[in-house]
Design a protein around this ligand. Structure first.
Ligand code: SF4
Length: 456
């Protein structure tokens, strides 16, 4: 069995499962956020009753992150619905925007979009917050009401996005009926060259199979090259499995996984026991694709979908209006470090936005010094508009006052994960997806640029 089959067999109490089997799976964690949480709660109450209790209050994680820093009153109200529910159900893992458990969330536009407007428990983008807060454990099943839930596959989990109806059912029962996906293997070999990042690996992989090339399949990443990848790298890769239509992305467990998970569960006092899965020697793939990491170049996915692969060099003629670094995929500390490495001592030529995924990342950037400046200050000095309001921000467009939103038909290079028409706002805008290093080089040049022109 592959990693995914092994994991689903265990979660369904069976010795063996095969691709195509329909099985009942026990969930370890259900995650929801401000966009889908209110709908999920509505389904749960409709189906299980107004006074029903969730199946396990310790296994539900609620993370408002999407439409937070906006004056849109309906978006603000969604956070209040989550708070009311968390209080009613006594859910410990609700990462509220504000500190007052009886308060109401209201964004104050007069304070501007750059200065922090959240309380001490706010966690930022759900997929980056889940591992930081100690909710990702090897061998577990994570369901989330968000398509990029697959990011937690970096931790040797079966993690997948589900809709509100399924999530309402999981909330009441802790179970879900799913079909076991078949698996595509990606054997990674070698080591990335300077200027190349994990984002280039996944953009390359999606370019190989197309944006629907893994529809309802598991994307398993393995091979000797895995050992060279940090947990942030693995998260970037697993995050974008859904951009090829994948049911989930998954990595093997190793010492690096253990170190991360054990540190985070200890820090946050979350459940620390886990049991990773290993694939069988005779595992079967629908196909296996070998990627030599040492041969990869800075890669870009062109408008209008993540499968439109070209090298950054080939796109040097594409002029840009803006650049954006942020999101669960591209807004981690390591992403901003590579962004800053290229921008240090230089000035961007176009509007450039930086949105850290979580408050912890804001803290990292504001407290890590390179010489006499922090990474945050290096970016601000280069002309990047950095916001402390960590969250999804313009990755998903959002209400019209969202920081960095494309409100005009412009062309943007972005470290986010999805570029279908209208994704970052205006439906006639164009988004080119790239690594933070490529976004930085392009922000300096005002056109798509290869970061190796700057880092070497
Ligand atoms: S940052 Fe973007 S991709 Fe990630 S959860 Fe938020 S909207 Fe979705």
């Amino acid at each position: 069995m592959t990693l995914t089959e092994k994991l689903l067999a265990r979660a369904s109490g069976k010795a063996r499962v095969s691709a195509g089997d329909n099985i009942w799976v026990n969930a370890d964690v259900l995650m929801t956020h401000d966009v889908c949480g209110p709908g999920t709660i509505g389904v749960f109450k409709r189906e299980f009753g107004q006074d029903a209790k969730v199946w396990d209050r310790q296994r539900i994680v609620i993370i408002p992150d999407h439409y937070i820093f906006t004056s849109d009153s309906k978006s603000n109200r969604n956070v209040d619905i989550l708070r009311d529910f968390a209080r009613e159900q006594d859910i410990p893992y609700f990462y509220d925007v504000i500190d007052d458990p009886n308060g109401a969330w209201k964004f104050d536009a007069a304070k501007g979009l750059l200065k922090r407007q959240y309380g001490s428990r706010y966690a930022g983008v759900c997929h980056a917050a889940l591992p930081q807060k100690g909710h990702t454990r090897p061998g577990e099943v994570l369901f989330g009401t968000d398509s990029h839930t697959c990011m937690a596959g970096a931790f040797n989990q079966f993690a997948t996005g589900i809709g509100n109806t399924d999530a309402g059912f999981v909330m009441g029962t802790g179970k879900l009926l799913i079909k076991v996906p078949s698996t595509i293997g990606f054997r990674l070999e070698g080591k990335m060259q300077p200027g190349v990042m994990a984002k280039d690996i996944i953009l390359h992989a999606i370019g190989e199979i197309g944006f629907d090339g893994a529809t309802y399949q598991a994307m398993q990443f393995h091979g000797s090259g895995i050992a060279t990848l940090s947990m942030d790298d693995r998260m970037t890769i697993a995050n974008m499995a859904i951009e090829a239509g994948g049911k989930n992305g998954i990595f093997p467990f190793d010492a690096r996984t253990a170190e991360y998970v054990e540190a985070r569960t200890r820090l946050n006092g979350t459940r620390s026991a886990y049991e990773p899965v290993e694939a069988d020697q005779d595992q079967k793939f629908t196909r296996e694709i070998v990627i030599d990491l040492s041969k990869l170049e800075p890669t870009v996915a062109c408008h209008p979908d993540p499968g439109q692969r070209k090298s950054a060099k080939e796109l040097a003629h594409v002029r840009l209006d803006r650049a954006y670094v942020g999101s669960c995929t591209g807004g981690k500390t390591s992403d901003f470090v590579e962004f800053a490495r290229v921008l240090r001592g230089r000035k961007v030529a176009i509007d450039t936005f930086g949105v850290p995924a979580t408050p912890e990342i804001v803290h990292d950037l504001q407290n890590t010094r390179w010489g006499h400046q922090t990474i945050w200050d290096i970016l601000v000095s280069a002309g990047v508009q950095m916001t402390e309001n960590a969250g999804c921000s313009a990755c998903l467009g959002g209400p019209v006052d969202t920081f960095g939103r494309m409100n005009a038909p412009q062309t943007c290079i972005s470290a986010t994960n999805r570029n279908f028409p209208g994704r970052m706002g205006h439906k006639e805008s164009q988004v080119f997806l790239a690594s933070p290093a490529t976004v930085a080089a392009s922000a300096l040049a005002g056109r798509v640029a290869d970061p190796r022109e700057y880092v070497n």
